[in-house]
Design a protein around this ligand. Structure first.
Ligand code: HEC
Length: 147
């Protein structure tokens, strides 16, 4: 007789444990969900990025970021903004730079160095300094390219 009474109770307890566990996991997940916010960078990142830019990018992209002697695309202006700003996630331009720049050896710098370069480009495009720019894609996905 016992097992007949016991089994539903055990199943009920297991089911409740499952439901409670599931709800707890779901709540933990939603509270950890990052929130989208406007992109920002620190002044220090932009300063370091400038040094690197002058060394590695200026020949092609120019001192004023409007394009250089060696034929790089402008990194300021309407076409650039439409391609990479307009509320897009910051991960898009970051991924573009890591995977294509500099053209002779894409991806050769550390993620931090790419973040510094991006900080300098943001600064020259009129973005305001604030919290540092992260250098990992998951975090960059939640930063929106808007001033
Ligand atoms: C040898 C020349 C050269 C060098 C050096 C170079 N670039 Fe470029 N870059 C280009 C060219 C050419 C394009 C356009 C590529 C295309 O549209 O397919 C470009 C495109 C870009 C773009 C996207 C612009 C757009 O509107 O599509 C960014 C951002 C960029 N470069 C950043 C950098 C950074 C940062 C560095 C320095 C680490 C760098 N580049 C070094 C030639 C160069």
């Amino acid at each position: 007789m016992m097992p007949i009474f016991c089994r539903p109770a055990t199943q009920f307890a297991l089911a409740m444990g499952f439901v409670v566990g599931f709800a707890t996991a779901a709540a933990a997940q939603s509270s950890a969900e990052p929130v989208e916010r406007p992109v920002s960078f620190s002044s220090e990142q932009a300063d370091r990025g400038k040094v690197k830019y002058i060394k590695e990018c200026v020949d092609c992209h120019g001192e004023n970021l409007k394009g250089g002697l060696s034929g790089g695309a402008p990194l300021r202006g309407l076409a650039f903004e439409q391609k990479f700003f307009d509320g897009l996630p910051a991960s898009i331009i970051f991924a573009y730079m890591v995977s294509t720049m500099p053209p002779d050896s894409p991806g050769r710098y550390s993620p931090n160095t790419y973040a510094n370069l991006m900080a300098y480009i943001l600064k020259r495009n009129g973005f305001k300094a604030g919290a540092p720019l992260p250098s990992d894609f998951d975090a960059l996905d939640y930063l929106i390219m808007e001033k």
